[in-house]
Design a protein around this ligand. Structure first.
Ligand code: AMP
Ligand code: TRP
Length: 352
């Protein structure tokens, strides 16, 4: 492995740089997951970071999941990671429930985190908005504590995520700091969120004020990594926009969320800055911009879809990869969990 870059390491100088991130296999993955997360996962691996990537099936069941669908979605998400460039030989790739330390550390963190902290979590509020919050699962409420456990079980220093996860990473930092303070140790790192790129918040194609999400009832609102070229092109063609041509500068997109979203997607897919995209298309209408965007999206997404389909044809091989990944993950996690339990005062005298 090449030397990991020493970015943003100041609070964690004593910890080896290590990347952890996770995605819920609660449905098919979207262009938002790809640009906000997957693409970054592969890039950080290629930059030389030791990387651990996880399909968080225990998080997924905080809302009802059909058992057969959950297993299939977990395999499909694993295939998407690999197709997007996560290499199971260089990164650790596994599903959360195969490493029991996640649940064990989460319990300890449930006893560190405060009810008041949980009550401030906007994702819980959003997921229960307009519904009877009394009927939400206890797991959904404790979700951020399990997420902190995912990260800190590996002493991860960097977590690449989309913008919507910022608050959860802040909570992870709070839990690490409170644990360290309460037990008088410097045991857990204060993890840095890595929220970078032109598309840390990809919006719905139907409503520029809503996040693109795998759980949106409208399929036209998102590009799925399983969409074929025709579907991708047609969704972009039908994406909501306004009648104005593209402006000369980014400032001109301020009050135009749908236009801004398409520009950001173009930037993220092409590796250009949003400024450069606006510079290239200034004065042109969506009749010109949308076909260019569709071509770019198809060129990037279609090979991923093809590779996912190839991998999905051999589910036993995916299960083998996840099993081998879980073993590697467990080897890193086990001593960290054991030390945590000792710090807390739990007797560990059982022969192992
Ligand atoms: P989830 O699908 O909620 O498990 O999210 C997995 C990862 O994808 C997280 O890092 C999210 O922040 C990221 N993500 C999900 N939706 C979007 C989006 N619309 N734009 C950017 N990143 C996203
Ligand atoms: N909560 C994240 C999401 O919905 C998924 C997740 C679970 C995660 N555990 C994590 C992301 C640990 C980063 C690190 O997007």
């Amino acid at each position: 492995m090449t030397q990991a870059p020493s970015t943003a390491l100041s609070p964690n100088a004593a910890f080896t740089p290590r990347v952890f991130s996770g995605i819920q296999p609660s449905g098919g993955l979207t262009l938002g997951n790809y640009l906000g997360a997957l693409k970054r996962f592969a890039e950080m691996q290629d930059e030389g970071f030791e990387s651990i990537y996880c399909l968080v099936d225990m998080h997924a069941i905080t809302v009802w999941q059909d058992p057969v669908a959950l297993a299939n979605q977990t395999r499909e998400a694993a295939a998407a990671f690999i197709a997007a460039g996560v290499d199971p030989a260089r990164s650790v790739l596994f599903n959360q429930s195969q490493v029991s330390g996640h649940a064990e550390l989460a319990w300890i963190f449930n006893c560190v985190a405060r009810l008041g902290w949980m009550n401030r979590m906007t994702q819980f509020k959003d997921k229960t908005a307009g519904k009877n919050a009394e009927n939400a699962s206890l797991g959904l409420y404790a979700y951020p504590s399990l997420m902190a456990a995912d990260i800190l079980l590996y002493h991860a220093t960097h977590v690449p995520v989309g913008e919507d996860q910022k608050q959860h990473i802040e909570l992870t930092r709070d839990i690490a700091a409170k644990f360290n303070h309460d037990y008088g140790v410097e045991f857990f790192p204060i993890t840095e969120p890595v929220i970078e790129g032109a598309a840390t918040r990809v919006m719905s194609l139907r409503d520029g004020t809503k996040k693109m999400s795998k759980s949106d009832p409208s399929d036209a609102s998102r590009i799925n990594l399983t969409d074929d070229a025709d579907a991708i092109a047609s969704k972009i063609r039908k994406a909501k926009t306004d009648p104005e041509p593209l402006p000369e500068t980014l400032d001109g997109l301020k009050e135009r969320p749908e236009a801004k979203n398409l520009v950001n997607i173009y930037a993220a897919l092409s590796g250009m800055t949003a400024e450069a995209v606006v510079g290239e298309f200034a004065g042109k209408g969506f009749g010109t911009f949308k076909p260019a965007l569709a071509e770019l999206a198809v060129a990037q997404i279609a090979p991923i879809t093809t590779e996912m389909n190839r991998l999905m044809a051999d589910p036993a091989e995916i299960d083998r990869i996840l099993g081998a990944g879980a073993e590697k993950a467990d080897a890193i996690a086990a001593p960290i969990l054991a030390r945590t339990q000792e710090i807390v005062g739990m007797i560990r005298s059982r022969a192992r």
